[in-house]
Write a protein that binds this ligand. Structure first.
Ligand SMILES: [Zn+2]
Length: 862
């Protein structure tokens, strides 16, 4: 550690603010170079204050203070003090009005936090600490304030002026200026304040709530992209209806607006009644979005809408509680997607994310509990643990106590804590009083980091089948309260004993009498807890579960376990330099899945998909990059050879799904068809190339185009480079398509992709200041193209460190979000570990890193 290390903030140090801000009137005179912010704050002493300190310290980063007065009287300069991060006013009364005027410079703000410009559109991002870049304020989530905002700007350049709440005034001013005033009747944290000004088009719709409130819904974006907003609008209405039906929660204002912009660090932001979205999570049309993109738009629109209750009406007391607002929101997003848009597929997507990303985070140096105990930069903790594990833990309450009780708990919690800034304890105490259960042990899920593992053995004697379940613990961990949903599948395929076992001790035994032969256990059905299971299955048992488990999630999981087990055995053969063959069992089981109409095409496609290399890494004790890649490619070729006839037949059958539509049936057929094409293209024969080229030529949607183009780009087809290149000019006008094209380039498994990516960084297609471009090219390459990123020379690691160093100078959040692959080396070979460490040390030493990058890099340096 250096002695100028940034300060660590601890949960245990929380104290209430000495002052409250009851209401705020803001006036923005917008100009890209120099925006004036006039702020009027009604401040009073907090009755809950724990000190008698008469001085008031406000947050404000790099603000240029022009004027300051209290109760109408300008302050003498010896009555206050400014630093680059604060304004302190000495001796303030218990009740007063503070007025300040500051200058800010949106055109120089590339952090994408605070007020900035994206394609000449003014926009804000204030979670968690953006507001202090706009004006002086007590910028913490437990300060709940009623905001009124007046926006003044040039009428021609910025015809649309938006903020939170209701529009209460508009006027035309001299010099071609105009103004609007918005008032939000709900007190809210400053991180939920939003402002947008620009030349935007809009679509409008309406929604009437159960109690009869007519809500105007608007989505804004650049006019040329308006035709891509309709899916988001339909998704919003579905989410509003679902939440009323499921949780009895209605929308609370007469207007709900969403704006899409191109430069945004996150996916989207839930500002009260004025969501701001990364355009990649909002815009979708058949020619610019894949089926997966449409699904993502639906889920993000729903997620941000659900925040209106969990996050906005009941907010966080402090940033250590983000896992509460994100967990309670993400769990509703999960349930909505599963109930309205397809259970197995959306559940499988969540499980894959947990297993590849969250488990990896939990086993790396950045492992943290859902409720943080400390942080240097809270921006670093908008992680898969906070969102996905937070959702899984809330979901377990529904599994343990039933869905109705869970709904009741949510309603009770939101009634009791409406308009308050709350903690995880507040939520759990509500759950305790509703369920009349002591949740002390369950609370450990929020405070204990790491992925719990259950070791499960079984035996069969005297017609009794017994499961013996052990929690694998080290001395830093305590036993958790785990709902383990199971079933038992007999050799004839019959499913019995469907139930949820409660695991809350180190070791427990569950006997099941009256079996005439030993059944196969189907464990952790539906992924009933965010844990790992260790149980030795034979290949035959997994095939039985694949074909007969009545739980579709576990049927899928059995296929993934079978493929993983086989892959890891082949990796051992590879390391021992033995020749290897693919077991017949796998090809046979895949044949059954593909030819048997029992399986829905969408599920069949998931079951036939080989686990990704990331998934195999996570399942390996020691990661052998080359062996896993070689085995993975080998398995695809062998499966393609063994199933050639079935794959072609399934491909042809699924092609009948025309014309294009977005029904679940069509999406399922497309996913199976494209999986078949993916396998077949591993054969690299002229016959298959023709099929692929034909699909590329005839595709009427991006899913089919992209699948064919990706397969072709990774094949030996002689014209592949030329074809891939030809798509850039076709796609360059659509930001989402440019990102697809960059990501396609970044995922090519053939040698030389690092050089390709380095070349693309110089291309006009790539703008390093745009997070979507960085995610599409840099992050996709480093996180998904293992064989090239982990090149044994360390060139991939150096490349990523170079990007982090460059980006950290203007956007620390973005730099911190892409650095992760450099920190996840603990299961790699010593040579690679050393190379990774070398780059981490270099980042730390070459220039003074931001707090964001400093915190992550220093945790990862041994
Ligand atoms: Zn969220």
């Amino acid at each position: 550690m250096k002695n100028n290390a940034p300060q660590t903030i601890f949960l245990k140090d929380y104290t209430p603010s000495d002052f409250l801000v009851e209401s705020a009137e803001l006036q923005f005179t917008l100009d890209p170079k120099e925006t004036l912010v006039d702020t009027k704050l009604w401040i009073k002493r907090n009755p809950a204050a724990t000190t008698n300190d008469k001085s008031l310290m406000l947050d404000g980063v790099n603000l240029d203070l022009q004027a300051i007065q209290i109760d109408g009287t300008p302050l003498a300069t010896n009555n206050y003090q400014t630093t680059p991060e604060n304004l302190t006013i000495f001796q303030v009364p218990d009740n007063f009005v503070l007025e300040t005027q500051v200058k800010i410079h949106p055109d120089k703000n590339f952090t994408l936090s605070g007020l900035y410009l994206s394609n000449n559109i003014f926009c804000t991002q204030n979670e968690p600490h953006g507001f202090r870049h706009i004006t002086y304020f007590i910028d913490r989530p437990d300060i709940l304030t009623k905001f009124t905002a007046t926006i003044i700007a040039d009428k021609t350049k910025y015809p649309v002026l938006l903020s939170n709440g209701n529009l209460i005034a508009t006027s035309d001013l001299s010099n071609n200026l105009h103004s609007t005033t918005w008032q939000d009747p709900f007190p809210k944290s400053a991180y939920l304040f939003a402002l947008v000004a620009g030349n935007l088009g809009q679509i409008e719709d309406h929604y009437t709530t159960t109690s009869g409130r007519k809500v105007t819904l608007r989505i804004f974006t650049e006019t040329r992209q308006l035709d891509q907003c309709h899916h988001a609008m339909a998704s919003l209405k579905q989410a509003m209806a679902w939440e009323e039906q499921t949780f009895g929660l209605e929308y609370d204002l007469d207007i709900y607006q969403i704006v899409a912009i191109n430069d945004f660090n996150f996916g989207a932001m839930e500002n009260k009644s004025l969501n701001i979205f990364n355009s990649s999570c909002l815009l979708a049309s058949p020619s610019t979005a894949t089926d997966a993109d449409f699904n993502r738009v639906t889920s993000v629109v729903a997620h941000e809408y659900f925040h209106n209750w969990t996050g906005n009406r009941a907010t966080c007391r402090d940033w250590f509680q983000i896992g509460l607002k994100e967990g309670l929101t993400s769990v509703r997003e999960q349930l909505f997607m599963e109930e309205v848009h397809g259970y197995p597929i959306n559940r499988i997507n969540s499980i894959k994310l947990m297993r590849t990303k969250q488990f990896a985070e939990d086993s790396g140096p950045l492992s943290h509990p859902i409720r943080l105990q400390s942080y240097i930069e809270v921006n670093n903790f908008y992680t898969v643990t906070i969102y996905e594990k937070g959702a899984e833990v809330a979901r377990m309450l529904a599994t343990i106590f039933g869905k109705a009780t869970f709904q009741h708990t949510m309603q009770e919690f939101l009634t009791k804590f409406d308009g308050q800034a709350v903690t995880i304890e507040d939520f759990l105490q509500t759950a305790e009083s509703i369920t009349k259960t002591d949740l002390t042990q369950f609370k450990l899920w929020y405070d204990q980091a790491g992925t719990p593992t259950l070791t499960i053995t079984d035996e069969f004697a005297n017609n009794i089948y017994t499961l013996k379940i052990k929690q694998k613990l080290d001395n830093t961990k305590k036993e958790l309260h785990i709902p383990l949903s199971i079933g038992l599948v007999s050799t004839n395929g019959e499913n019995t004993q469907t139930e949820t076992l409660i695991i809350n001790q180190t070791e427990q035994t569950f006997p099941f009498p009256n079996f005439t032969s030993k059944p196969t256990p189907s464990l952790l059905r539906g992924f009933s807890a965010p844990i790992k299971i260790e149980h030795k299955y034979s290949d035959e048992e997994l095939v039985l579960l694949m074909c007969h488990d009545q739980d579709p999630i576990n049927a899928w999981d059995a296929s993934q376990q079978l493929m993983t087990n086989i892959a890891l055995r082949l990796v051992e053969n590879f390391d021992a330099k033995q020749t290897f063959t693919l077991p017949q069992t796998l090809a046979q089981a895949c044949k059954t899945v593909i030819s048997n109409n029992k399986f829905d095409p969408a599920l069949a496609a998931q079951m036939l998909q080989l686990p990704t290399e990331s998934y195999l890494h996570e399942a390996s004790q020691k990661i052998d990059i080359e062996a896993i890649h070689a085995v993975s490619e080998f398995m695809k070729v062998e499966l393609a050879k063994a199933l050639k006839y079935e794959l072609l037949e399934a491909y042809q059958n699924s092609c009948a799904a025309r014309p294009y539509d977005l029904s679940a049936v069509s999406i399922g057929k497309r996913s199976l068809k494209n999986l078949c094409l993916y396998y077949l293209m591993h054969l690299n024969t002229p016959e298959v190339f023709d099929v692929c080229l034909q699909q590329l030529e005839q595709a009427d949607n991006l899913t089919d185009t992209l699948a064919a183009l990706a397969a072709l780009s990774n094949s030996t087809y002689p014209q592949r480079e030329h074809i891939l290149e030809s798509y850039y000019p076709r796609w360059q006008e659509q930001p989402n398509l440019v990102d697809k094209w960059l990501a396609l380039n970044a995922t090519i498994k053939l040698p030389g992709t690092l050089q390709r990516v380095q070349k693309l960084i110089q291309y006009p297609a790539f703008n390093i200041k745009n997070p979507n471009n960085v995610y599409a090219l840099v992050r996709t390459f480093c996180e998904n193209n293992h064989v090239n990123f982990h090149d044994v020379t360390g060139a991939g690691y150096k490349f990523l460190a170079d990007q982090v160093l460059t980006i950290d100078k203007f956007n620390p959040q973005l730099a911190a979000r892409i650095v992760t692959p450099l920190t996840q080396g603990s299961n790699l070979d010593p040579k690679r570990q050393q190379l990774l460490q070398g780059q981490l040390i270099r980042i730390n030493q070459e220039s003074k890193p931001s707090k964001n990058v400093y915190e992550i890099v220093n945790k990862a340096i041994n």
